[in-house]
Ligand binder design. Structure first.
Ligand SMILES: [Zn+2]
Ligand SMILES: [Zn+2]
Ligand SMILES: [Zn+2]
Length: 326
């Protein structure tokens, strides 16, 4: 049984999920190639579907799937227990980790991560993310969905086949609340609409731009080569975005991730999709973070929360800029 525990020093919730330690390779050394055990078939390759849990959603032509969503075998959040906080002592605050934890298989191909899929496949993946968040938002007790893609062992992927995860949870996590506060503090106009305009004027941190999406190495980058993907059309919720915007964001991710791998080699990365909690609205503007895993947070960063970035975003942009043929 998973449990949420409150860290009273920081106000952050921690999930204690001991079942996950029993999963294969939970503590494998970070240099080990993922899925070194080739005796077991990949649960996400076509033909092996029966070794995974039954699909919640598939997209693709009849009899074939192109994108597949299945329940996570080792969920960090599960069940529909309401979010009830219990105090078991002056500093022991806990709650039930109710919610949903799903796996999103990005494509039938074992080799093709987001950086290699087609425009249409990227569009299908975004549409599947949209559908699942929409579904989560109708479930009583859930408040927020987090979509992520971990690529590479250093970024936390435990199965090689390219996949993402979708978590529907019963509380608004600290990172989201902090971003909401950032939007609220920025009086006057939307913080990210302003960023798009300001970065367009500045020019030298724009990695990729088309009529619907801008990708930048943000001025405030805390880690080397991090990128921020911003849809130009303002809206707080990913699951209410126009299909064309979702398609364009999927394609932009493919372009910049492809370029990242081309320029820097086979680096691990995390994609983090941020959208307002279902029942929250303005001010917020949904977006996607790309965090290449090139450095490890050390004592100073952990002690202070102050990140030391050894690659200026302007320098990162020079390296990563994608010239789109017109
Ligand atoms: Zn596979
Ligand atoms: Zn905006
Ligand atoms: Zn964010």
């Amino acid at each position: 049984m998973n449990q949420l525990r409150l860290d009273p020093l920081t106000g952050r919730w921690v999930v204690v999920s001991t079942d996950r330690a029993t999963r294969p390779q939970a503590f494998a050394p970070r240099v080990a190639p993922i899925q070194a055990d080739t005796s077991r078939p990949c649960p996400f390759c076509p033909g092996n579907e029966e070794s995974a849990t039954p699909a919640l959603e598939t997209r693709g032509p009849d009899g074939k799937w192109l994108v597949r969503v299945v329940p996570n075998l080792y969920p960090a959040f599960e069940g529909n227990a309401p979010f009830v906080v219990t105090n078991r002592g002056p500093v022991f605050t806990q709650a039930t980790a109710g919610g949903i934890h799903e796996v999103l298989v990005l494509s039938p191909s074992h080799a093709d991560g987001w950086e290699r899929i087609s425009d249409d496949q990227a569009g299908l993946v975004m549409a599947a993310i949209r559908d699942r968040i929409e579904e989560h938002s109708t479930i009583p007790g859930l408040r927020y969905s987090q979509a992520i893609v971990n690529s590479g062992r250093e970024a936390g992927a435990s199965i090689e086949h390219p996949h993402g995860q979708l978590l529907g949870i019963s509380f608004v996590p600290r990172e989201l609340a902090e971003e909401q506060a950032g939007f609220a503090r920025f009086a006057g106009r939307c913080l990210l609409c302003t960023t798009v305009d300001a970065e367009e004027d500045a020019g030298h941190r724009v990695v990729y731009a088309d009529e619907r999406v801008q990708v930048i190495c943000p001025f405030w980058s805390g880690t080397p080569f991090e990128m921020l993907v911003i849809p130009r059309n303002h809206g707080p919720h990913l699951h209410r975005a126009a299909p064309a915007d979702l398609y364009a964001v999927g394609r932009a991710l493919r372009n910049v991730l492809g370029h990242l791998r081309e320029r820097l080699g086979n680096v691990a990365y995390n994609l983090v999709f941020h959208s307002a909690p279902y029942r929250a609205s303005e001010p917020y503007h949904w977006h996607v973070h790309i965090w290449p895993k090139l450095t490890t947070q050390a004592g100073f960063e952990m002690g202070t929360g102050v990140l030391i970035n050894i690659v200026a975003p302007e320098q990162a942009t020079e390296e990563l800029r994608v010239t789109v043929p017109v």
